[in-house]
Design a protein around this ligand. Structure first.
Ligand code: C5P
Length: 244
């Protein structure tokens, strides 16, 4: 199996209890490099779920999308580092100072280049937001302008990358260049159903567009053979990685 592809595949652990989380981690940790723990699972199980994943040899993307005053987000980020997660995220809409303070506090704990240091990611505009949603909160700019603008802001603040729809990867690469991580959900291999995702790309297309990490949940979880589904995704990613 291609280790390069495995390191880039993130399984969305969208379950509501510890036992289910543990079952998925034990089943998939050979195929999947990282497990994404979101607000539901973390609120239910807390840090214990992160320790369990790491104990099984998996890495963690802590998807709590922090957005608060700079000091509060920075200190939450420090605790995420202490938990030993591989990546965590904040909302870029929290602003430059919030992101800069978070980067500074993380730098003080784990300097750049140290192996414990996680990737600090920013969410630009949630893919569930439309132009109407933005107008409702007083932002009269198109999503296609806001996404690269917020990605640039995150980069200038010292963040390591963004979470973005695969359709936005091109815009982000243009705005931020190659040395900036892009993590993309909304990925659907040919064999899977769309579920509630609307604008999707295949794993191969996402890698070809410049995505570094793919977040995939239901195409694996709902497959009759989840391990085989994950392996099919890895095979497609491997092919695409050989071409980039
Ligand atoms: O099951 P599926 O592959 O659609 O899961 C994708 C995961 O990525 C879910 O945890 C979802 O909340 C998350 N996500 C997303 N779209 C975004 C941001 C996060 O689907 N824009």
């Amino acid at each position: 199996m291609n280790e390069e592809a495995r390191k880039r595949l993130i399984f969305a652990l969208d379950v509501d209890c510890f036992d289910d989380a543990e079952k998925w981690v034990k089943l998939l940790h050979r195929q999947v490099g990282l497990f994404k723990v979101g607000k539901q699972l973390f609120t239910r199980c807390g840090p214990e779920v992160v320790h369990m994943i790491r104990g099984e040899g998996g890495e963690v993307f802590l998807d709590l999308k922090y957005h608060d005053i700079p000091n509060t987000v920075a200190m939450a980020g420090v605790e995420a580092c202490r938990l030993g997660v591989r990546m965590f995220n904040v909302h870029a809409l929290g602003g430059r100072e919030m992101m800069e303070k978070t980067v500074a506090e993380v730098d003080a704990l784990y300097p750049r280049g140290s192996k414990e240091r996680p990737l600090l990611l920013a969410v630009t505009i949630l893919t569930s937001s439309t132009e109407e949603t933005l107008r409702g909160v007083g932002i009269d700019r198109p999503v296609s302008e806001m996404v690269p603008r917020l990605a640039r802001l995150a980069q200038e603040a010292g963040m390591d990358g963004v979470v973005a729809s695969p359709r936005e990867v091109g815009l982000i690469r243009q705005a931020c260049g190659g040395n900036f991580a892009v993590v993309t959900p909304g990925v659907r291999p040919g064999f899977a159903s769309l579920d509630d995702q609307k604008r999707v790309t295949t794993p191969g297309e996402a890698i070809a567009a410049g995505a570094d990490y793919l977040v995939i949940g239901r195409p694996i979880a709902a497959a009759s053979d989840p391990v085989a589904a994950a392996e099919a995704i890895l095979a497609e990613m491997t092919l695409a990685l050989e071409r980039v």
